[in-house]
Design a protein around this ligand. Structure first.
Ligand code: DAH
Length: 349
């Protein structure tokens, strides 16, 4: 056994000095970050205390345990000091942050403007929900249609005025931007088996533009196919839905008319919601406003779509959605709908 080359007293002195220096530097640490660095320096694996521990080898076997215990006690003490400094610095840092991030609860919050549903969409949704109560399901179709769907299958012959260049936007020889939602009827008749109750809606396009016409407007289309269908069913359904949409006091009127895809056909008017029939600018003094067309499905349409006739019969109707929104909200210029002027749209929030 080798004699100790360092007396215990000297190592104890070093230990005491180290503890003192470490404690003082912990106390002087200006931030948590600095404090942590100091902890590594003194208490880390290669820190000062570990180095001192290594010196223990130079002590006699008898002296080692006593010194080891002294080192461990000093370390424990220092760790306690560390914890105290850590709490103090944490509190100080939180306080600094809280002061810097001080919230003024009395400040007004940021203003997030409320969006509004576009009146065309509101009316469409309302019509769909009224007709859903009568068992109608919603269908849509393409805006670019084949001539066959927009015209031929709807019994609109080649020389019909609706095909005139003035009304139709042509895409190419075979395709047009649909001029009405009636082609949805053909898609439904081709793809679904009767009995049927469907509504189709969407944008339609015509070469037309003035106070009461838009080149791009919206229609809603109804189609019912069953074994026994009459004009009385058609009138009952439309009168019901006009009353539900506009109010019980508005009357519905049917005028004989012509559409290639219906026979007989009727135009539908409803009493003017502004003057209640007395006569005003909106109804051009007639007391009535035209809202769309209707009729019993022409057998030629059934034939074109491959539906058995006279086993199946049907009625159909098509309404302009802008027209109905004008009536419902008392709007005096159809061009307000596509303009998206916020002063107009905000009135519907
Ligand atoms: N498609 C016609 C139009 O745009 C409106 C219409 C009339 C639709 C009679 C129908 C109908 O379903 O039966 O002018």
């Amino acid at each position: 056994m080798s004699a100790p080359s360092i007396p215990t007293a000297e190592l104890n002195q070093q230990l005491k000095a180290l503890l003192q220096a470490a404690s003082e530097s912990f106390q002087q640490a200006a931030s948590l970050r600095d404090l942590y660095d100091l902890k590594v320096r003194y208490l880390g694996k290669n820190g000062s205390f570990s180095n001192l521990m290594r010196e223990m080898a130079k002590l006699s076997k008898e002296e080692r345990p006593t010194f080891g215990q002294a080192v461990n006690e000093a370390k424990a003490k220092l760790e306690g000091n560390y914890a105290i400094c850590e709490t103090r610095l944490t509190n100080a840092e939180v306080l600094t942050r809280l002061t810097a991030e001080k919230l003024d609860m009395t400040l007004p919050g940021p203003v997030v403007p409320n969006g509004a549903t576009h009146p065309i969409y509101s009316v469409t949704r309302e019509i769909c929900s009224i007709l859903a109560r009568l068992g109608y399901a919603v269908r849509t179709g393409p805006m670019i249609e084949k001539n066959r769907y927009n015209f031929e299958a709807l019994n609109i012959p080649e020389d019909h005025p609706a095909r005139d260049m003035q009304d139709t936007f042509y895409i190419d020889r075979e395709h047009v931007l649909r001029t009405h939602t009636s082609p949805i009827q053909i898609h439904v008749l081709e793809n679904e088996a009767p009995p049927l109750r469907v509504i189709g809606f969407g944008a339609v396009f015509r070469r037309d533009s003035d106070v009461s016409h838009l080149p791009n407007f919206h229609q809603i289309e109804g189609l019912l196919v069953d074994e026994k269908v009459s004009m009385a069913d058609l009138k009952g359904t439309i009168s019901f839905f006009v009353r539900e949409l506009f109010g019980a006091d508005l009357k519905t009127r049917f005028r004989p008319s012509f559409f290639p895809f219906t026979e007989p056909s009727a135009e539908v008017d409803c009493s003017c919601p502004v003057c209640r029939g007395k006569g005003c600018a909106l109804c051009k003094d007639s007391g009535w406003i035209e809202i769309g067309g209707s009729g019993l499905v022409n057998p030629n349409v059934f034939k074109a779509a491959g539906v058995e006739y006279p086993r199946w019969k049907g009625f159909a109707f098509g309404f302009g959605v802008e027209r109905m929104a004008i009536i419902k909200y008392g709007i005096n210029d159809i061009r307000l709908f596509p303009e998206n002027d916020l002063r107009f749209l905000r009135q519907f929030t």
